[in-house]
Design a protein around this ligand. Structure first.
Ligand code: ADP
Length: 461
């Protein structure tokens, strides 16, 4: 259904209330009807008993006396009540004219019992109580009738009232339903309105939280939490783009300036060689930076597919040691690796693991002085494999240990100017560790070297 909630709620109110009213009136109608029947029966029974008592008192004094008394009694009854009394041989002692005119006949009743019939006498309806009673030596048949018309009129009035009130009540219910659902939905409309106004320009605005602790408050808080997350990642992306453009501009400017200056006048072979190797060096750095940016962008988009295979970490650690030894050759670094004798099996992406190790070793080499040490240690606990990369370099201030894994974070541009990185290495390292369900942490003291620990889940393979 495409109807708005308000219309649907109103329709629901209408249907439910209209059905309840119809049900209520139906039950009251039945109740009314049966109470009318009971009242009519009681009235005719009372009349029957009065006649019975009269007969008991007068039957011994002869039929003419009985007739006289019955006539008097008939004169006393004003509210349309009628009766007829027959003697033992079936002859009528007294008959109201209506009985006479209709000349109705009823089934015989057993002595003592009272039975009731509803019938027309002289074109009006009556409820008639029938009884056979013995009084003195006689047995009488008494029929006492009360008109049902007054009762029927009351029932008709009640029904008429029902017919008029029912649609009115239903309409009232719909109006009430419309108003109530409008009230209930008003906060939702406010949320829609405010949410509609939030865009990239005002991501820091929040929805007003309703006071009542209900579902709407929960909804608002959930939406606000979502906005907070969106704002945070939006900021991160904006920052990332700004930092990336900034870091890309520098090498491109270097390449351009080198080329322009070199081309200004004729140069010697040596000068051209130096300019070109500067350009080459800078472009290698730039493509590395671009590669890193691409990795992080893919990581953000969740599009960086990793191929998880079972592999022996020890083999990868040895391979990394060899590469680090090459990197550290110039500085005459002492690079060592210690691995357990048996393989350490993990489920991991081989290329990503190599990259992670290279990032840490590259840093260890970059931030270590000549003749320093660099150790890689692999160990295995019950559920984890742990790789520790320790160097004897300049170290990291304790206050910075939490920041170094952030994108573009470099402790001090001056101290790392010559080391060339863009501050993306550790961000990528952390992402790789996390993609493998692992963690990465750093410990260090300035001047005493740094230690990085990677923990990866290692299953029994
Ligand atoms: P970069 O490309 O600048 O090396 P990283 O993300 O790899 O970027 O590292 C972030 C910062 O952390 C570096 O700028 C550096 O200051 C610091 N750092 C990383 N590794 C080491 C280390 N082994 N010793 C000292 N400082 C380090």
């Amino acid at each position: 259904m495409n109807l708005p909630i308000r219309a649907r709620l109103t329709a629901l109110y209408f249907v439910v209330l209209a059905l309840s009213f119809v049900g209520f009136f139906w039950v009251s109608d039945i109740g009314f009807r049966s109470s009318i029947d009971l009242t009519a029966d009681n009235a005719s029974r009372t009349n029957l008993e009065t006649i019975g008592r009269l007969l008991a008192n007068t039957s011994s004094r002869g039929e003419s006396k009985v007739r006289k008394e019955l006539n008097e009694l008939a004169g006393l009854w004003a509210n349309g009540a009628l009766f007829e009394v027959a003697g033992q041989n079936g002859n009528w002692i007294y008959r109201s004219t209506q009985f006479e005119r209709t000349d109705s006949s009823f089934a015989r009743v057993r002595e003592g019992d009272i039975s009731f019939v509803t019938t027309n006498l002289d074109s009006s309806q009556y409820r008639i109580a029938l009884q056979r009673v013995s009084a003195g030596n006689e047995v009488y048949e008494i029929h006492a009738a009360v008109p049902t018309e007054p009762f029927d009129q009351a029932l008709d009035r009640f029904r008429l009232m029902e017919q008029e009130i029912l649609p009115l009540l239903a309409i009232l219910a719909s109006v009430l339903g419309y108003w109530l659902s409008g009230r209930a939905l008003a906060p939702v409309n406010r949320i829609i309105e405010t949410a509609g106004l939030i865009g990239a320009g005002n991501l820091s605005s929040r929805l007003e939280v309703p006071k009542a602790r209900d579902e709407l408050r929960h909804l608002t808080e959930t939406l606000n939490a979502m906005l907070r997350r969106i704002e945070a990642s939006f900021k991160r992306i904006t920052q990332f783009t700004a930092d990336a453009s900034h870091d890309l501009r520098t090498p491109v400017a270097v390449i351009r300036a080198t080329a322009e200056i070199t081309l200004r006048k004729p140069r010697t072979q040596e000068e051209y060689r130096r300019a070109l190797s500067r350009i080459l060096e800078t472009s290698v750095d730039t493509s590395e930076l671009l590669e890193n940016l691409l990795t992080l962008a893919r990581a953000d988009a969740g599009a960086a597919g990793m191929e998880m295979r079972t592999l022996d970490l020890a083999a990868h650690v040895q391979k990394a040691r060899e590469r680090a030894a090459l990197l550290g050759l110039e500085k005459a670094l002492d690079v060592t690796a210690s691995t357990p004798p048996e393989p350490v099996w993990v489920k991991a992406d081989a290329i990503a693991i190599d990259r992670l190790l290279l990032i840490l070793l590259d840093n260890a080499v970059k931030y270590s002085p000549s003749g320093g040490r660099c150790e890689i240690a692999l160990s295995r606990s019950e559920n984890h494999a742990q790789i520790t990369v320790r160097d004897s370099g300049i170290g990291i201030p304790e206050s910075e240990l939490n920041n170094i894994f952030d994108r573009f974070y470099r402790i001090d541009r001056v101290r790392s100017r010559n080391t060339g990185g863009a501050g993306l290495g550790l961000a990528i390292a952390r992402w790789i560790a996390e993609m493998h369900g692992g963690t990465i942490a750093a410990e260090s003291k300035v001047g005493e070297g740094a230690e990085f620990q990677i923990r990866l889940p290692a299953g029994v393979v």
